[in-house]
Design a protein around this ligand. Structure first.
Ligand code: SF4
Ligand code: SF4
Length: 140
């Protein structure tokens, strides 16, 4: 899903030599999501719509819309998501699940519990590799 506006005739960072300068305010015209090496996956069924991920995302890559309950979380905007993982780290649902996992498994520190039994079913955001994102969740 992308909200990328039409790109004007300006160069990308890939066209510049060292020391080049770009005009400011142009990042929304470029598909900066191709920097990612990991991908957040939203599991709507577990989301409590707290919008913490929206507030913390440094790239405005968590979309919102007006819904029946007011402002509601939407999908990730993968055109701009850099895969930093901040949303998954700050999500209170994820934190609750990792705390439960840590309490039930003394000696482990599940900072990101993806792949652990009990985490994937309950988490609101999974943070997965590119291959898994493409093959399992159809995110390019
Ligand atoms: S991984 Fe980072 S850039 Fe992508 S949506 Fe989450 S906080 Fe935003
Ligand atoms: S994904 Fe997590 S942080 Fe984002 S709105 Fe849902 S519960 Fe809140």
């Amino acid at each position: 899903m992308s909200s990328m506006p039409k790109k004007p005739e300006i160069k990308t960072w890939k066209d510049l030599k060292y020391g080049g300068v770009l005009d400011s305010g142009t990042s929304e015209y470029f598909h900066t999501g191709d920097w990612r090496s990991k991908v957040p996956i939203w599991q709507q069924k577990n989301c409590i719509n707290c919008l913490t991920c929206w507030a913390y995302c440094p790239d405005n890559a968590v979309k919102t819309h007006q819904g029946a309950k007011g402002v509601e979380r939407g999908e990730f905007d993968y055109a701009f998501c850099k895969g930093c993982g901040i949303c998954a780290e700050e999500c209170p649902v994820n934190n609750k699940v990792t705390k439960e996992l840590a309490a039930a498994n003394p000696g482990i520190t599940p900072s990101s519990g993806h792949g652990m039994p009990g985490f994937d079913e309950k988490a609101a955001i999974l943070f997965v590799g590119l291959k898994e994102a493409k093959e399992k969740f159809n995110v390019k």
